[in-house]
Design a protein around this ligand. Structure first.
Ligand code: TYM
Length: 330
């Protein structure tokens, strides 16, 4: 059976990009695959995190996954640091990955910014830990948003080099699963920038904890241009904000973007924004209610994570043993 692994960092409030680009798609995959969904707290600390906030955010991400419809009975939901084998395999893979490969990672360049010398070594090695997450379970498919594509190509390179170096087909070559609308949700303030947790402006993103008023306000204030909405996707040329808002509508309503263009083409942004805000509230409100309910029961959420970690650990153990044997550890 094909196996899925995917993860989210507990570094702050999840946003619409995380939901539409990743978590929502995971919900659909749980029927057809054996799935591991991970709160990657070890990735989170590549930038300093307040320990109490990290703990709270770890619970919140797990709650968001379950509230979105991921069933903890059918899937493994856990936090990465509970399974130390991730760190152990990451070290081995650090010795397989090449410096030149990591130097090409655009996400590191974006996150390190101008002050590269001051970035943590962990931030640089981040994609290798991600490869370890996936390969530790010999996962075959990884559902992510568009921004993780380069990291998955690196995972494939690392797996292939490991297999070549040790002349053994130990790791599978993983396939990214990147789904239609919603794979690249852009900032509400600038349609050319990705919606991101690290954007200093709260106005740039709709979060999974925003209430109906906040969602409506953010959509109302979202950047637009002076034209009416295009009647077909060809009209998006040079109009990133129109493309983004209509793309979000398509993703939330499960239609394709051409349909949204047909329905709203020729209208003013103001009328469309009202429909978009109503739709976003209607889709997010039930998830938010369930998230709140789960957050009121931290013992339950932690129980799910502990139980998931036990299962993940059991799945990883024989694979890690095979890797240890292959590299020549006694
Ligand atoms: P993270 O925490 O940045 O994001 C979690 C998921 O959300 C997707 N995403 C988006 N999708 C569409 N539009 C956006 N604006 C947007 N922003 C984020 C991401 O593509 C991702 O799928 N490195 C990963 C976490 C990770 C992981 C893994 C993923 C660690 N190990 C192994 C897959 C497999 C990350 O930082 O995701």
């Amino acid at each position: 059976m094909s196996r899925i692994f995917s993860g989210v960092q507990p570094t702050g409030d999840l946003h619409l990009g995380n939901y539409l680009g990743a978590i929502r798609n995971w919900v659909r995959l749980q029927d057809d695959y054996e799935c591991l969904f991970c709160v990657v707290d070890m990735h989170a600390i590549t930038n300093w995190q307040d320990p109490a906030e990290l703990r709270a955010n770890t619970r919140e991400v797990a709650a968001a996954m379950m509230a979105s419809g991921i069933d903890p009975k059918r899937n493994i939901i856990f936090n990465q640091s509970r399974v130390p084998a991730h760190a152990e395999l990451a070290w081995i893979l650090n010795c397989v990955a090449r410096l030149g490969w990591l130097n090409r990672m655009t996400q590191f360049k974006e996150k390190a910014g101008k002050n590269r010398e001051n970035a943590s070594v962990g931030l640089f090695a981040y994609p290798v830990l991600m490869a370890a997450d996936i390969l530790l379970y010999k996962a075959t498919h990884v559902p992510v948003g568009e921004d993780q594509k380069q990291h998955l190509e690196l995972t494939r390179d690392i797996a292939q080099k490991f297999n070549n170096d040790f002349k053994k087909e130990l790791f599978p070559v993983v396939e990214p699963l990147i789904f239609g609308a919603g794979t690249r949700v852009m900032s509400l303030r600038d349609g050319t920038n990705k919606m991101s947790k690290s954007d200093p402006s709260q106005q740039s993103r709709i979060t999974m904890t925003d209430d109906a008023d906040a969602i409506a306000r953010k959509v109302r204030k979202a950047k637009t241009d002076p034209d009416v909405l295009p009647g077909s996707p060809t009209g998006f040329a040079g109009r990133p904000e129109a493309a983004n808002l209509m793309g979000i509508y398509a993703a939330l309503s499960d239609t394709d973007i051409s349909q949204v263009c047909q329905d709203f083409g020729g209208q003013q942004f103001s009328a469309f924004k009202q429909s978009l805000a109503d739709l976003a509230v209607a889709k997010l409100a039930p998830i938010q209610d369930e998230m709140r309910r789960l957050m009121d029961d931290p013992a339950y959420v932690e129980g799910v994570l502990a139980d998931g970690a036990k299962k993940a650990q059991a799945m990883a153990a024989p694979i890690l043993a095979e890797v240890r044997e292959t590299v020549g550890f006694l």
